[in-house]
Design a protein around this ligand. Structure first.
Ligand SMILES: [Zn+2]
Length: 117
């Protein structure tokens, strides 16, 4: 059963620790995590006489849009044969980040009950 973070107050200390252990043991290999969003974009090659100059773009190609603090996202080209791998890494990062949010919320709840650790 899924518990939202706001439901943590209804769980016992024991249940909180069990949930925390399950979340921690489900964390993927953190070395493979990749934060970003896969986007599909057409491109102009820059040649004057090319069909793309009149709007018939090349592609679409897949890019990973990587957020940069205080700047525009960086677009990294993803070769077709790597799209599946990268999509898996991005999905893993989303899951791990959500798990970390929940683990830290559980720890805050445990602290509030004077039962840290
Ligand atoms: Zn072109």
């Amino acid at each position: 059963m899924e518990h939202k973070t706001s439901d943590l107050g209804g769980l016992t200390v024991r249940a909180l620790r069990t949930r925390r252990r399950r979340l921690a043991s489900g964390l993927s290999d953190v070395e493979a995590l990749l934060r970003g969003t896969l986007v599909s974009q057409g491109r102009r090659c820059g040649k004057e006489n090319c069909r793309c100059a009149s709007g018939d773009l090349h592609g679409p190609y897949t890019y990973l849009s990587v957020p940069r603090p205080g700047g525009r996202p960086r677009l990294v080209y993803v070769p077709t044969d790597l799209v599946e791998t990268v999509a898996g890494q991005v999905a893993a990062a989303v899951r791990v980040e959500a798990a970390l949010v929940e683990i830290t919320a559980i720890n805050a709840e445990l602290l509030a009950r004077r039962a840290p650790g």
